[in-house]
Every structure is written in structure tokens, then in C-alpha cells.
Design a protein around this ligand. Structure first.
Ligand code: 7TS
Length: 421
């Protein structure tokens, strides 16, 4: 008789019906250059299931109107759907209330919002902003702009050779001058999962706030902002099955309340006079103009889809696939993988002999294999790694072991063409 543990492991894999999941994504059935698409560029953007495409389609066919404005049926229905989407996001993130969820274009806009409003109000001359060397440009440049404007200094926590953050360096750089710690939950180049709960606790010990860039985490893991203990959490919908142009910023209510508005315009005001205005209450204070209603509806449906499959089941599938990919790629001579073996997601960056990453990506594309090549908006990290670019294969819930085999075969072709021995 099987033990309860092995039974539960067996049943969770058995329950993961990969063929059914793949059938939910129409684009996966298409050919590229006459061969089946092998989509391994998920860290850049994920593909979309029918249910998300249909939710957006149904919105435009049946209830589209501007939100929060009209007394007519369509506007009321569109508003309900938009605010209902906010409730889904809030529930999914473990937010204390839906008013802590600000809809934005994505992670980039979320971080710019915090840097421009919270940053302008709380960071001044001589203050420090503490980031890490593995941040995406989206979590570097907004802080550099702020620092330049107010005379603050940006410092960076080092990255160890195994791709993890050097926590002793964090402890050393974190001081009473630090106003904000900004860290990515998961690196988009190294795949490493950072200890954000510990980072947030330590930030609070010196009176700093902690912003987490969740762009590469939300697609793969269940997030609970309460457990993480951070103050801001930013993410993009398009990397987690939702449309482009929609994402969210979660912030602690008392911080969001204390922040000045960002963009001015309709929706974000309670009253406008010729001598000034009164800002609307949260969350609308930060949502000037007509929002991306269809995007929000698509994001809510993407979250429902991920939850129907279960983030634990997705995690188990992706972990097995990542281990397999790391093993197969690890067998290739002169192929170097960046990032840790454990404590990672399936974002796998590598360099292969002397073949430039862009050449690799072009050859792989001929075999239908979509990967990313370049600096991945991680130029300081590339400099730290001593390379100007890497090739990057990134896995999601619909990828399979046989697709990893196709990747490895295509790398064999590249080796042949470039005379790698
Ligand atoms: N932060 C991280 C960690 C990211 O990986 C990305 C996008 C962003 C922020 C910005 O997200 P956006 O939706 O606002 O653009 N990363 C990538 C990538 O790795 N390849 O293409 C986009």
C-alpha cells in the first residue's frame, strides 16, 4: 500500500493534465517556419488561454462603456466588472482591502508611481535607496531618476557567483539612511527566488519601506503580501496569462493614503475648483483617466484560470520540468548556465561556447523554438556576470519535457553550424 505522501504526489501529477492545459492555449497549435511552435520566452510574456481571450471578447461584445461615469446599464455593468476584477486581484494577493489594489499598465508603471509619489514625499538629500545588482531596469531607473532629482544616493546589494543575493552585503548597506529597499522577488535572468520576507523585516528594522518587484513571481507562485511583509508589491498581467497593458500595484493602505496623487485628470478627483482640487479616495486617487477595463477583466480571468489549475500543481509541474531542462542543458559541453541549481524558477539563462546569444536565438527560431537573447533589461547584472548577453529559455505551465528535447536538439544544430566541438 502506498503511503499518503507518495499517493498525494502521484495524484497531483496525475491531476496535471498537460494535454488539456495545452489545448486551452490556441497559439500553441500554430506552426512557426513550418514546424510546431516551442514557446520558451515566457519570462518576456506568456501566451493566453481561451477563457481570457473570451472574457475580453465578451466584455467588448456585451457590456463595454466607460466606467464610474454613466447611470446607464452598460456603464453600470462595465463598472461592476472592473471593480469585480479588482476584488479578484485583492483576494489573490491577500490584500487587506480592494482599495489597496491600484490598476496600472504593468510593473514598470507601478514602480514609477511609487518612485514619483511616495519617493518624492519621503526621499530627500542625503537619503539612500537600496536596490540589488540583479534588478530589472524598471526597478533601477525610476529610483535613479528620483535620486538625481532630490540628491539621494542609490546603493546596490551584490550578487554571489551562484546567483543568490549576498545577504551580508545587504546587512552592511542597510542603515538608518536607507528610506526604501527595492528588490525583485524572482530574477528575470537568474531565475533565483529572493528571500523577500527576510529582506522586508530587516528593512523595517531600520525604518525603511520595502518594495517588491513581483513581475517574475506572480506567474509561478501564490503570493500573500501579508506573509511577505513588504509595503509595495508590483506585477504585470501579461506574464501571467492576462492581456498586455494591465498590471497592479498593491500598497499598504496607510502608505497609499499618505502619498500625493500621481497623474492628474478625470477619475482621480472628488472635486475640482478653479483654485485647486480634492483627490478621490483610494484606489481611484491613483487611476487618472479612463482605465484599461478589458485588461482588468482579462487579468481577473487569468487569475481564475491559474487558480482552477492550482498554483501548487503548476509549481510542481514547472519544478520537474526545470530540473529536467537544467539536467539536459547541463550535459552539453561548453554550455554555461547562470543562476542557482535550487531555489529557482524555470528562467534559464545560458551562454554556449563562442556563439553569440542572438545567433543562437535566430537558429533556434528556425526550429520553431522561441527564446530570448540579450541583456534582458539587466545591463548592470550582465556587467557583473562579465557577459554582454545571454540566451534565455523560460518555462511556463504549458511547456513539456519533449519541448525541452526540441530545444536541446536545436542547440545541437547551432553547435554543428558554428563548428563547436
Ligand atoms: N521586473 C522584472 C523582474 C521583469 O522581468 C520585467 C519584464 C519588468 C519588471 C517589467 O515588466 P513590464 O511588464 O512593466 O514590462 N521583463 C522582461 C524580460 O525579462 N523580457 O522581456 C520583459
Amino acid at each position: 500500500m502506498e503511503t499518503p505522501d507518495s499517493t498525494s504526489v502521484t495524484s497531483s501529477h496525475a491531476a496535471y493534465d498537460i494535454e488539456r492545459i495545452r489545448a486551452d492555449f490556441p497559439i500553441l497549435a500554430r506552426l512557426v517556419h513550418g514546424v510546431p511552435l516551442v514557446y520558451l520566452d515566457n519570462a518576456a510574456s506568456s501566451q493566453k488561454p481561451y477563457s481570457v481571450i473570451q472574457a475580453v471578447d465578451a466584455y467588448y461584445r456585451e457590456i463595454h462603456a466607460n466606467v464610474h461615469r454613466g447611470a446607464h446599464e452598460l456603464s453600470i455593468r462595465a463598472t461592476e466588472a472592473y471593480e469585480g476584477a479588482r476584488d479578484v486581484v485583492a483576494d489573490h494577493m491577500g490584500a487587506a482591502s480592494s482599495s489597496e489594489i491600484i490598476f496600472v499598465r504593468g510593473t514598470t508603471e507601478a514602480i514609477n508611481l511609487v518612485a514619483s509619489t511616495w519617493g518624492a514625499a519621503h526621499v530627500g538629500s542625503g537619503d539612500e535607496i537600496l536596490l540589488t545588482k540583479m534588478e530589472h531596469h524598471s526597478n533601477l531607473v525610476p529610483w535613479q531618476i528620483l535620486a538625481e532629482r532630490v540628491g539621494a544616493t542609490v546603493r546596490y546589494v551584490d550578487v554571489a557567483t551562484d546567483g543568490s543575493l549576498v545577504m551580508e552585503d545587504y546587512d552592511r548597506l542597510l542603515t538608518s539612511r536607507t528610506r526604501l529597499v527595492g528588490v525583485t522577488h524572482v530574477s528575470n535572468t537568474l531565475g533565483v527566488v529572493n528571500p523577500v520576507a527576510e529582506i522586508a523585516t530587516k528593512a523595517h528594522d531600520v525604518g525603511a519601506v520595502c518594495l517588491v518587484d513581483g513581475a517574475q513571481a506572480t506567474p509561478h507562485m501564490q503570493i500573500d503580501v501579508g506573509t511577505l511583509g513588504c509595503d509595495f508589491y508590483a506585477f504585470s498581467g501579461h506574464k501571467m496569462l492576462a492581456p498586455t497593458g494591465i498590471g497592479a500595484l498593491w500598497g499598504r493602505r496607510e502608505l497609499l493614503d499618505s502619498m500625493p496623487p500621481w497623474q492628474g485628470g478625470g477619475e482621480m478627483i472628488s472635486e475640482v475648483r478653479l483654485d485647486g482640487f480634492t483627490a478621490a479616495p483610494l484606489p481611484h486617487k491613483f487611476e487618472a483617466g479612463t482605465p484599461h477595463v478589458a485588461g482588468a477583466i482579462g487579468l481577473a480571468e487569468a487569475i481564475r484560470y491559474l487558480r482552477r489549475i492550482g498554483l501548487d500543481a503548476i509549481h510542481a509541474w514547472e519544478s520537474a520540468l526545470t530540473t529536467y531542462a537544467m539536467e539536459r542543458l547541463g550535459e552539453i559541453d561548453r554550455l554555461e548556465i547562470y543562476g542557482p541549481k535550487q531555489n529557482r524558477v524555470g528562467v534559464i539563462s545560458f551562454c554556449y561556447a563562442d556563439i553569440h546569444a542572438h545567433d543562437l536565438a535566430t537558429i533556434l527560431d528556425q526550429k520553431g523554438v522561441a527564446i530570448r537573447a540579450g541583456h534582458h533589461c539587466n545591463q548592470p547584472l550582465m556587467e557583473h556576470l562579465g557577459v554582454d548577453a545571454t540566451a534565455r529559455a523560460s518555462i511556463y505551465l504549458y511547456n513539456t519535457h519533449s519541448e525541452i528535447d526540441v530545444l536541446v536538439e536545436a542547440l545541437g544544430l547551432a553547435a554543428h553550424l558554428f563548428g563547436v566541438t
